[in-house]
Design a protein around this ligand. Structure first.
Ligand code: MRU
Length: 359
């Protein structure tokens, strides 16, 4: 089985001191531009303006951004810098759970190193940040392995936004499932929703799939109903930004609409996400903070103003899909069919087997 080569989205360059290198996704597909971040402020801005985006990638960026903040600190400054960086980077975007999960790991790793010389603390924190990065790669491949069995040879899959290599460190979650199914020899086609207003589907998902040689057709988001009515897709497969303990899923705006359409048309609706995207502290999706982005993303296009002067725009970046609309959630541990509080609880309680060995 040949493995598809997908893009490396974000990496650490050097040791200590080092820098963060990431693909500037705002420039895609026209330009494949590498952005170098030298400070946690650079990383914060890269997350906020979506140069790096997608829940797992944001988490990795947060961990590496923390390293940038502390690597030049002396013994006295180190702990304050670590606390400040964790707090500061958490303000970059509010919805993706992976950012808070990764920052929490950095904070806890720091705590476990208290009392050691600054140089050793920094080395330990770099090890933790790189583990977060490398684990993400492994998790995406595991999600692909578990999820591919849900797709049949000849299926056309409808996806939304970008949950591919660019949304993680490589391979991706929802697209990882598709990549794996193709690697196994299944003939899969993809319909990608454009994903207004920032067009992650048109610009990024289509770019990735084309690079991998997987047939992809883009549609206006509003065409999804007609596409399902015409039986043009056999499954819907998306990523997630945060999953509550009852299985409600926050993902890119428009995902909820797709889940309602899936129910109406009897099409399975799958969510692929690592366990780092779950927020088990939340009882349900109503508690997930939903980012609101600037109205100009809607009122203006690349050529300038589209809407009449003075017209307001409401621009939530995410919506919440109720667990009841979801056929299965695929994680690196396996598949949670018809997710609910009990099934999610036992998925997390199962014997520690976070990442099955690579194959
Ligand atoms: O605003 P974005 O582009 O960061 O939104 C990303 C998504 O909604 C993805 O579907 C989600 O993060 C899953 S990525 C594996």
């Amino acid at each position: 089985m040949g493995r598809l080569v997908t893009i490396r989205t974000i990496d650490w360059e050097g040791s200590i001191p080092g820098r963060v290198r990431l693909v500037d996704q705002t420039a895609l597909p026209g330009e494949f531009r590498i952005l170098t971040c030298e400070s946690s402020e650079d990383v914060w801005k890269a997350i906020r303006r979506l140069s790096v985006r997608g829940a797992p990638a944001i988490g990795v960026a947060g961990a590496l951004g923390t390293m940038l903040a502390i690597q030049g600190a002396d013994e006295e400054e180190l702990w304050e810098r670590l606390d400040d960086a964790v707090e500061y980077l958490a303000t970059a975007r509010p919805t993706a759970a992976d950012l808070f999960w990764a920052l929490d790991r950095m904070r806890k790793a720091g705590e476990s190193l208290r009392g050691q010389p600054a140089g050793e603390v920094k080395e330990g924190l770099l090890r933790e940040a790189l583990s977060i990065l490398n684990e993400d790669r492994a998790r995406c491949h595991a999600i692909g392995r578990h999820g591919s069995r849900l797709l049949n040879d000849g299926d056309t899959v409808l996806t939304h936004c970008n949950a591919g290599a660019f949304a993680a460190t490589e391979y991706g979650t929802a697209l990882g499932v598709i990549f794996r199914a193709v690697e196994e020899g299944k003939r899969i086609k993809v319909i990608a929703g454009e994903t207004r207003p920032l067009l992650q589907g048109t610009r990024i998902t289509a770019f990735e799939l084309k690079q991998a040689g997987i047939p992809v057709t883009i549609i206006c988001d509003s065409a999804a109903g007609g596409v399902l009515q015409r039986k043009m897709a056999q499954a819907i497969l998306v990523g997630a930004d945060r999953i509550a303990s009852n299985g409600d899923v926050a993902n890119k705006i428009g995902t909820y609409t797709l889940s309602v359409l899936a129910r109406e048309h009897g099409v399975p609706f799958y969510v692929a996400a690592p366990t780092s995207t779950f927020d088990l502290s939340l009882a349900n999706g109503a508690k997930i903070p939903i980012e609101e982005r600037p109205p100009e993303e809607i009122t203006h296009g690349t050529e300038g103003r589209l809407a009449p002067e003075g017209v307001s725009a409401f621009n939530p970046a995410f919506d919440v899909t109720p667990a009841g609309n979801i056929s299965a959630i695929i994680t690196e541990r396996g598949v949670i069919e018809r997710p609910d509080r009990e099934r999610i609880r036992s998925h997390f309680a199962e014997a520690a087997n976070p990442v099955p060995p690579s194959s």
